[in-house]
Design a protein around this ligand. Structure first.
Ligand code: PEP
Ligand code: MG
Length: 320
């Protein structure tokens, strides 16, 4: 198996009936890029920038961030790199920001909500990203978008910082795609509207499942409700993919589900374009996908969408 995987390192990812998808990796630091290359990753689908902010006692400067982003873009040598702007709060704390304790941190002041409020933090990160954009193929995505207005505001701040840099004579790429994570049910339900304004979607199933099922992703007692294969989740995923297709945009997934060998046949059948996973899952996934026919997976996904329970869906996928 290892030798089969090694042969696939520089291959495209094609289904048995010739449909191409993209297998990319989730990373947390510039040092993770080596693993992406070594494992045949076609890009970075989620760069979690939180790590730049964590494990220290002050905010990272624009220069520190610029260096990290530039390093990742250069090492990826023109392959796509999706950078997620700061997603702090919820399970990811930053003690030095002295944020008030909340009853429901997962439903609270976090991610884009905090960034649109504390704009100095957000603008510093965006400037660092914009300056780094000329060193590779940068795509920017905003986390935890719940409303179209939040996306518009975030994009407007990005364009403002870009205009300032350009007028100061700093070079900035003109082909940066700007997208969003779909990890709140409201944005999945409204995906057709969002699709007119975004360049891409990346579905964050880790949060989407917890919010859809109202089951805290960290709480063992309700873990039985954390059901990636619940038909409700599959239907939301389908809405997002269909909405993207209709507007000629692409849809990826960067939650754990994207790298799960049981979920991959369903996601191929639902028409997902990009799968972002831990680097070591990429070659096994490529090998698996080469054996799947998308036409057959479409039939299977259609059946799954009409099932009643996650158990039924899992039994269906295991039967292929
Ligand atoms: C997600 O929510 O699926 C995701 C990829 O983001 P994180 O796990 O960092 O919340
Ligand atoms: Mg998330």
């Amino acid at each position: 198996q290892k030798t089969e995987w090694a042969k696939l390192k520089n291959e495209k990812t094609l289904t048995a009936d010739g449909h191409e998808v993209e297998l990319v990796a989730n990373i947390g630091t510039p040092n993770d890029v080596k693993g992406v290359i070594d494992n045949g990753g076609e890009g970075v689908g989620l760069y979690r920038t939180e790590f730049l902010y964590m494990g220290r006692d002050n905010l990272p400067t624009e220069e520190e961030q610029f260096n990290a982003y530039k390093t990742v873009l250069e090492r990826m040598a023109g392959k796509p790199v999706v950078v997620r702007t700061l997603d702090i709060g919820g399970d990811k704390e930053l003690p030095y920001l002295h944020l008030p304790k909340e009853m429901n941190p997962f439903l609270g002041y976090r991610a884009i909500r905090l960034c649109l409020d504390e704009q100095d933090i957000f603008r510093t990160q965006l400037r660092a990203l914009l300056r780094a954009s000329v060193y590779g193929n940068l795509k920017i995505m905003f986390p935890m978008i719940a409303t179209v207005d939040e996306f518009r505001q975030a994009k407007a701040v990005l364009l403002e910082e870009k205009a300032k840099l350009v007028s100061a004579g700093v070079s900035v790429s003109d082909s940066i795609e700007v997208g969003m994570m779909v990890e709140i049910p409201a944005s999945a339900v409204l995906a057709d509207v969002f699709a007119k304004e975004v360049d891409f979607f990346s579905i964050g199933t880790n949060d989407l499942i917890q919010y859809t099922m109202a089951a805290d992703r960290m709480n063992e007692q309700v873990a039985y409700l954390y059901q990636p294969y619940n038909p409700s989740i599959l239907r939301l995923v389908k809405m997002v993919i269909d909405a993207a297709n209709k507007e000629g945009k692409w849809a990826g997934m960067c939650g754990e589900m994207a790298g799960d060998s049981l979920a991959i046949p369903l996601l191929i059948g639902l028409g997902l374009h990009e799968f972002s996973m831990s680097a070591t899952s990429i070659l096994p996934a490529r090998s698996q996908i080469r054996k799947l026919s998308r036409a057959q997976m479409e039939d299977m996904a259609q059946k799954a969408l009409n099932m009643a329970t996650a158990e039924e869906v899992v039994a269906l996928v295991k039967s292929i």
